[in-house]
Ligand binder design. Structure first.
Ligand code: SF4
Length: 281
C-alpha cells in the first residue's frame, strides 16, 4: 500500500505508512490469531473439518459491543506484506480444512486482493466482514474470494452512529451486499460446504427487534435467493447494552423471518449466549 487509503467507506485518506486511520492499522496485513479447524462458524463454512480461521487485527467499524474486542480495538499480531501473507497460506496443507475464513478483513482489502491474486485454493475462500464496504472494492474482491459472509447490522442511522460511529451504515452495507449478490449470483454447495455465494449474518441486539425486522424486510425484498444466519448470542461484555437478548425478542424476529419467506439459513439456540461462546485471544 503506497497511496492514501480509501479502502473502506470511512475514506480516511491517510498514508498508512505514516498515519493510522480509523481502523488503527498500518500498511501491512496484521494477523492477530490463526485457529486451525475452527468449528465456531455456520455449518456451511466450518464443514466437517473446520475452517482455517484467520483473525485480522483492527477493524473499520469497532462496534462498542464488539465480542472480539481484544483483536479489533487493541492492535496486536504479526504483520505481513501481501507476498509474505501468501507464503504463510502456502505453508498450510489446505486440504485439512473446509474453508479459509478471513475474519474482519475489510481494512486490508487492497493488500489481500494483491496477496490472493491468482492464488489457487483447493477450498473456498470466505470474506467474513462487517458489511461496511465499498462496492468498487467488492467488485475486485469477487475475483479472489468465493464466499461473501457479511454482517448486516443496523437499519437505523442513530443506532449505527451510536454503536459503530457509522451514520451511513445501512446505506453503505445494503449497497455492498447487493453488489456481493450481483457478483456471486448463486449459492453453490459441495458436501454441505458453501463453495460460492453469499450468506448474510444478522445479530439481533437486545431492545432492537424493530431494527432487525427492517433489516430482514430489506433482505427479503432486495436480495435474490437470500441465505441468512440470524444470530441471538449477543453477550453484554462492554458498551452501553447491558442486557442479554430475551428469548421472546429472538422468537419474534425468527417468526417474522419465516413470515416473509426468509427460511433458508441458520438460527441459534439462545443457550449459546454465554461468554464461553467467545473465543479467547
Ligand atoms: S481502511 Fe482504515 S484507514 Fe482506510 S479508509 Fe478504512 S478505516 Fe480509514
Amino acid at each position: 500500500m503506497n497511496k492514501l487509503c480509501y479502502d473502506c467507506p470511512r475514506r480516511c485518506g491517510v498514508d498508512r505508512r505514516i498515519t493510522k486511520g480509523y481502523c488503527l492499522e498500518e500498511d501491512k496485513i496484521r494477523v492477530a490469531k490463526i485457529v486451525e479447524n475452527f468449528m465456531w462458524e455456520e455449518p456451511c463454512i466450518s464443514g466437517k473439518k473446520g475452517a482455517l480461521a484467520i483473525f485480522f487485527s483492527g477493524c473499520n467499524l469497532r462496534c462498542e459491543f464488539c465480542q472480539n474486542y481484544q483483536i479489533s480495538h487493541i492492535g496486536k499480531g504479526i504483520s505481513y506484506t501481501p507476498k509474505e501473507f501468501r507464503q504463510l497460506l502456502e505453508k498450510f496443507d489446505l486440504t485439512k480444512y473446509s474453508s479459509i475464513d478471513l475474519i474482519t478483513p475489510t481494512h486490508f482489502s487492497s493488500l489481500l486482493i494483491e496477496a490472493l491474486s491468482d492464488f489457487k485454493s483447493p477450498i473456498p475462500i470466505v470474506w467474513n466482514s462487517g458489511g461496511y464496504e465499498n462496492c468498487e472494492v467488492i467488485k475486485r474482491l469477487g475475483k479472489v474470494v468465493d464466499v461473501f459472509l457479511p454482517d448486516f447490522k443496523y437499519f437505523d442511522e442513530k443506532l449505527s452512529k451510536d454503536l459503530s460511529k457509522a451514520t451511513d451504515y445501512f446505506q453503505v452495507a445494503s449497497k455492498a451486499i447487493m453488489a456481493m449478490r450481483e457478483i456471486k449470483k448463486e449459492n453453490k454447495f459441495d458436501n454441505g460446504v458453501m463453495q460460492e455465494g453469499v450468506l448474510i449474518r444478522h445479530l439481533v441486539l437486545p431492545g432492537q427487534t424493530k431494527d432487525s425486522l427492517k433489516i430482514l424486510d430489506f433482505i427479503a425484498e432486495n436480495i435474490s435467493s437470500p441465505f441468512v444466519s440470524i444470530m441471538g448470542q449477543f453477550t453484554p461484555i462492554r458498551g452501553r447494552i447491558k442486557e442479554k437478548l430475551k428469548p421472546i425478542e429472538y422468537k419474534l424476529v425468527l417468526s417474522h423471518a419465516e413470515k416473509i419467506g426468509l427460511t433458508e439459513g441458520y438460527f441459534q439456540e439462545l443457550a449459546s449466549a454465554e461468554e464461553s461462546f467467545i473465543p479467547e485471544f
